[in-house]
Ligand binder design. Sequence first.
Ligand code: PLP
Length: 385
Amino acid sequence: MPPIYFDNNATTQPAPEAVDAMLPFLREQWGNPSSMHAFGGGTAKAVDRARGQVAALLNADPSEILFTSCGTESNNAAFFGAAEIHGAAMRIITTRVEHPAVLGPARRLRERGHSVAELGVDGRGRLDAAALRQALAGGGPAFVSTMWANNETGTLFPVHEIAEIAKASGAIVHTDAVQAVGKERIDVAKTPVDMLSLSGHKIHAPKGVGALYVRRGTRLKAWMLGGHQENGRRGGTENVPHIIALGVAAELAVKHLEDGRVRVASLRDRLERGILQTCPGSRVNGDVENRLPNTTNISFEFIEGEAILYHLSDAGICASSGSACASGSLEPSHVIRAMGVPFTSAHGSIRFSLGRYNTDADVDAVLAALPPIVQKLRAMSPFVK
Ligand code: PLP
């Protein structure tokens, strides 16, 4: 039996349509889009078409889409590109629950003299807009970066409100929307962010391609220096086949958005309900009223998440845990810690992230396999008397 894949926030299966579309650009149309001859011209046109497809997903203008190698690069390009404009005096405001691809650049810029405020969240992972207002009150150029949706819990940040508050004080606003794109409706004409990161492999394109939306008029220095590709904003010959695949994946994402919000959400809800009913001592982490339709993060009291994952994997089920294995000790993730999840539950958190190709049978399989695993591990737990 093929494995049951409930780890779509880690990566998604490339859509066959996206793979089919990229293959001719590996086999026959392998020209450099910057070349003047026919080989180049064809690929340049294809890249332009993909730019239009990605722009349509966000309701952006194609000229506002900058292709990158991944979501991580998009975030780095936004942070370092903005910092170069502002010298060493930028006030960076972000949150404690960002992905390392945001926290990393922010902390590196702190070492270079910029100030960084990492805002906290409440027990459900929600950001307090008042804290943002307070952080912005200091004066001087600010760069606000908050994620659209949390990769571990699916909790949504009020990006629209955040952007309006930040823009009102003259800040540059970036959002890491890597997990939200394709799952939430995103319209940059209505949400006043200056920059937005997305990643191909989270929306059924292959790994190795991403994009940064840069609103027209936003000042940004190229982070990757080289040729004049991408309008001089990112040097390096374009990864044409992957860009083509990303374009097709973006078009599919538009087509499947409703399916994700309705069918995938109802699979997720049935999975979650079933687990809570059959596994005593389980609880959902994150903001259940305001989260991605595909994600549930569940803690199992007195059990290590890794042990559950190991047994699930034995049963052919792929999920992920909120723990990071650091120097031999299993520490709960920074997201779970920032929410203040009680110690007894924090170590046993599992993320199930569903996707386009999941079925009812997949949910049934988890609901059959998981309760005996939890029961067995809890019986072995030294914390349970
Ligand atoms: N930002 C978020 C919220 C993510 O979940 C991820 C990947 O998990 C990234 C950024 C990094 O994206 P990529 O793997 O394309 O570098």
